[in-house]
Write a protein that binds this ligand. Sequence first.
Ligand SMILES: [Zn+2]
Length: 373
Amino acid sequence: MNNLRVAGALALTCVVVTLLGWSVAESRDAAQRATTGDFHDAHFHLTNYIQEGADIHDVVRIMGGRVGRSTLFGIPLQQQWSYANSGDFAPTYYLQSDAPLYYYSFTDAYIASVYRSLNAQDQARFDPMITGFNPADMYGVDHIRRVLRTFPGVFTGIGEFSIHKEFVSSKVSGETASLINPALDRILDFAAEAGLVVILHNDIDMPFAKTDAEPVYLAQMKALLRRHPKASIIWAHIGLGRIVHPVRVSAEAAERSPSHNQIVEAMVTDPTLSHVHFDISWDEVAKYAVATPETTSRVAAMLNRYPDRFLFGTDTVAPPAPAPYFAVYEMWQPVWRLLTPEASQKVRIGNYERLFNEGRARVRAWERANVKR
Ligand SMILES: [Zn+2]
């Protein structure tokens, strides 16, 4: 009897292992089939600030053969339509109203549901991300854990979520997020434990910062990153924004104050920050990069020197058609032309696969160990 039970258990284990092995190999194949094309998109919003957006099946059509894989997230914040503020005008963007933004956690269930509406081959092209948590809430981390338990097999990471973001952070209702809030440390501790890839938006500086001034959030940001050496963290937009411009240094101060390029170079050569990558997404960032022939060659030189540390992303929001979606990639053409084949491949495709494949595998392993099915 005992022997029979053991034999039965062994047979069952073999079936489960075979099934698991098959599905892992199958999704790896599908992911590999999707590696052709111009780029993988490390920063893509399916929905906007009022939680509306493109149909995922239309997005797959827009990606076509040009985009192999893509991150998939909404926006964690909802712009309130306050009748008292804008009357019949319905704001769709945070700059269109003085009313607050609030965390809209349903976004994660929505993203999981649209991901599950895809066939297996298309699913393999996406890395869904959890965003609907409040990083100023000590319970924020519990939301992330709950999403993984509710939708196992779906998510690869967390973000893009924001701590300091021009015009946005000050509009979020409730406590203002901060890099020194232990609620954020709890979130990054868990990201490290579960293997979740983190996409973090944090402006390096205040808007309209003065020339030669030390960027206000840089020290806190580096301290935060150093407190979480086991988390895989992508600093979105290299810390830049629409009006948070690259750090400016006058000729007189160049000896003592580092420029934006020097700040980034110091970080990518710092062994305590080797777990940190930078995404070069957003058309606002592309504008800085290709502003002049000098900026273009400076940026290209940085990518050529440190090709393992940067990822391209569009940061498009709910694109309605191919033209607006691919516009950001086209803006980068002057830089693409100056890259070595190795740097070009890594920034557009290779680094995405390295980080997100590892994230996927680690999160699936965490789920196997922690989610009862
Ligand atoms: Zn974004």
